[in-house]
Design a protein around this ligand. Structure first.
Ligand SMILES: Cc1cc2nc3c(=O)[nH]c(=O)nc-3n(C[C@H](O)[C@H](O)[C@H](O)COP(=O)(O)OP(=O)(O)OC[C@H]3O[C@@H](n4cnc5c(N)ncnc54)[C@H](O)[C@@H]3O)c2cc1C
Length: 477
C-alpha cells in the first residue's frame, strides 16, 4: 500500500488544498501531519495573536479531518528530524507540502529535502498559497517585477486555476498505534500568552466571512474601504489567507461569480478588491525574489538613513499616546484586538517613520508582534511602501498629515471616539485637533502632540535628501 504524508504548514484546510489533494490521490493511505517546530516558535517576530489564530485553526482542521475519518498526527520537533522519522514509521514513499516563500521556510525546506532524500523518501512542493508565484510572471527582460502596475496588468492576462476539490473520506486511516501529540490548547501553553480575544478561526469561519463579504459589501468596497469606522468596509479575511483556512483559488472563483452577478455600480468594487489580492501576490513574490526585504530596505541606499527619533517617541507611538487622535486610536485598537485597518496602517507607519523619524524596522517588528494577520511579506512590503524605501513605494517626499488624514477618513470622529475615550465628548470639529481648543481639552487627560508635524516634515525631508539628493523640479507634493 502506497502511503503519502501531507505536511500542513500555513494551509490549514481540507478544501482547495493542492498538495493535500495530490497526496490523497496518489497514495492509498494519507498521513496528515503538523510539526510544531521549536525554531518557528522561537522566531523573534512571532506574535501571540497570530499564533493563537493559527492554533485555533489547527484544532478546527483536526476536527474537520476527524469528521472524514482521517487522523491528524501532531509532532513536536524539527521538521528535518520529525518528518523522516514519521515517514519511516508509516512506511511512506513521499512527503508533500505546499510551497512557502519566506526565507526561514525556504531554509527549513532545504534541510527537510536533504534529510528525506538521504532516507530514500520523496519530497515535493506545490504552488498553492498564491495564484502566481515568482517564476511565473517575469518582465520582458526575464526579471521579477518590482513595480506593481505592470505586475498587476501581467497578472490579469493569465487565467486563474479552478479550486481543488475537497478531501474525501479516509479509506485507510492512520492506525491508532501511530503516536500523536494533542493540538496545544492555546498560545500561552507555548509561552506566548495572548492578552485579548480572537475572532472565529478555521475553515468554516473563513468561508462564512468570504460569503458575507461577497454577498454585498464587496460591491461598495471601492467607496468604503478607506473608512475605518465602516464595520463591513473590508473583508477581514487576512488572518484566514495567512493561515490558509481558505484557498486563494476559492476566493478568486467566488469573486468572479460575485462580479458576474454585480448590481449596477457594483462591479468596480469587485475589481478594486481583486487588486488588493494582487498586492498580496506582489509582495509574496518580492519576498521570494529579494529575501533581503525581510529585514532591510529594498533599495540599499536607504540603509544609510540616519533615523533621529527617540525611544520615548517610540513608546508613545506603541501606547497610543502621541497626541494625534487618529494615530492613537489606531494603535490602541491594535493593542486591544490585534486588528488594524489598512488606511490606519499607512497613517501610523508614515507617522512613525516620517514624523517621529524612527526606522520602519522597529514599527514592522511591533506590528509582527501584535497583528492577528501578521505576515512577513505583506508587512515588510507595507512598511517599506509607507517609509518610501521599498518597491514601488510612496515617494519619500509624500508625507501624510495625520490631522488631515483623520478629518478625511474619520470625518465625524466615530473611530477616534471608540478608541480614545478621553476625547469622546468633543465635537466633531475638534476631535482630530484637540490642541486647537486647550480650554475645552485641558481636563481630558489626553496628551498634547509630542511633535510638531510641520517641523518634523522638514527634518524628514532633510534626512532623506542627505541620502537621496533633492527631488527633481515638479516632483515634490
Ligand atoms: C504598514 C502595513 C503593514 C501591513 N501588514 C500586513 C500584514 O502583516 N499582514 C497582512 O496580511 N497584510 C498587511 N498589510 C496589508 C493590509 O493592511 C491588510 O492585508 C488588510 O488591512 C487586511 O484587511 P482585510 O482582510 O479586511 O483586507 P481587504 O481590504 O478585504 O483585502 C483583501 C485581502 O487582500 C490582501 N491585501 C489587502 N491589502 C493589501 C496590501 N496592501 N498588501 C498586501 N496584501 C493586501 C489581504 O490578504 C486582504 O485580506 C499591511 C499594510 C501596511 C500599510
Amino acid at each position: 500500500m502506497q502511503t503519502i504524508l501531507h505536511w500542513f504548514r500555513r494551509d490549514l484546510r481540507i478544501t482547495d488544498n493542492t498538495a493535500l489533494h495530490e497526496a490523497a490521490t496518489r497514495g492509498q493511505r494519507l498521513v496528515p501531519v503538523y510539526v510544531l517546530d521549536p525554531a518557528q516558535l522561537a522566531r523573534e517576530d512571532l506574535g501571540a495573536a497570530s499564533l493563537t489564530f493559527g492554533l485555533k485553526s489547527l484544532e478546527s482542521l483536526r476536527a474537520n479531518l476527524e469528521a472524514l475519518g482521517h487522523r491528524l498526527i501532531v509532532r513536536h520537533g524539527s521538521p528535518h528530524e520529525e518528518l523522516p522519522k514519521l515517514a519511516r514509521e508509516v512506511d511512506a514513499a513521499a512527503v508533500l507540502a505546499n510551497r512557502e516563500y519566506e526565507p526561514g521556510w525556504v531554509a527549513t525546506d532545504r534541510k527537510v529535502a536533504s534529510a528525506l532524500y538521504a532516507a530514500g523518501i520523496g519530497f515535493e512542493l506545490f504552488k498553492d498559497r498564491v495564484v502566481r508565484d515568482g517564476s511565473e510572471l517575469l518582465t520582458g527582460q526575464g526579471k521579477p517585477y518590482t513595480v506593481f502596475t505592470p505586475y498587476s496588468k501581467a497578472w490579469r492576462t493569465h487565467p486563474i486555476a479552478a479550486p481543488v476539490s475537497k478531501l474525501k473520506r479516509a479509506v485507510n486511516p492512520v492506525p491508532q498505534t501511530v503516536h500523536s501529540e494533542p493540538v496545544p490548547r492555546d498560545s500561552a501553553s507555548l509561552g506566548h500568552p495572548c492578552p485579548h480575544a480572537i475572532p472565529p478561526a478555521g475553515e468554516h469561519a473563513a468561508l462564512e466571512a468570504l460569503k458575507a463579504f461577497l454577498k454585498g459589501p464587496v460591491y461598495q468596497y471601492d467607496r468604503a474601504r478607506d473608512f475605518p469606522a465602516e464595520a463591513t468596509g473590508t473583508s477581514r479575511l487576512s488572518p484566514h489567507l495567512n493561515w490558509g483556512t481558505v484557498g486563494i483559488r476559492t476566493v478568486m472563483s467566488r469573486l468572479q461569480t460575485a462580479r458576474a452577478e454585480a448590481p449596477p455600480g457594483g462591479e468596480r468594487g469587485c475589481i478594486v478588491w481583486e487588486t488588493e489580492l494582487i498586492w498580496r501576490e506582489f509582495y509574496s513574490q518580492i519576498l521570494a525574489s529579494f529575501p533581503h526585504v525581510a529585514t532591510s530596505c529594498f533599495r540599499p541606499e536607504y540603509a544609510a538613513l540616519k533615523w533621529e527619533g527617540t525611544d520615548a517617541w517610540f513608546e508613545a507611538w506603541c501606547a497610543g499616546r502621541t497626541g494625534f487622535p487618529i494615530v492613537d486610536s489606531a494603535m490602541r485598537c491594535l493593542n486591544a484586538t490585534g486588528i488594524m485597518h489598512n488606511r490606519l496602517r499607512m497613517i501610523v507607519a508614515m507617522f512613525l517613520t516620517k514624523d517621529l523619524l524612527i526606522s520602519w524596522q522597529r514599527g514592522e517588528r511591533y506590528f509582527m508582534h501584535r497583528l492577528l494577520d501578521a505576515d512577513l511579506a505583506a508587512n515588510s512590503g507595507g512598511w517599506q511602501w509607507s517609509a518610501g524605501c521599498g518597491t514601488d513605494a510612496a515617494p519619500y517626499f509624500r508625507i501624510f498629515n495625520p490631522t488631515t488624514q483623520g478629518l478625511k477618513f474619520d470625518p465625524d470622529g466615530q473611530f477616534v471616539r471608540e478608541w480614545v475615550p478621553e476625547l469622546r465628548s468633543l465635537p466633531a470639529d475638534l476631535i482630530h485637533e484637540p490642541w486647537s481648543n486647550p480650554v475645552l481639552t485641558a481636563s481630558t487627560g489626553y496628551p498634547r502632540p509630542i511633535v510638531d508635524h510641520g517641523v518634523q516634515r522638514n527634518r524628514c525631508l532633510a534626512m532623506f535628501q542627505a541620502v537621496k539628493g533633492k527631488p527633481a523640479a515638479g516632483e515634490t507634493e
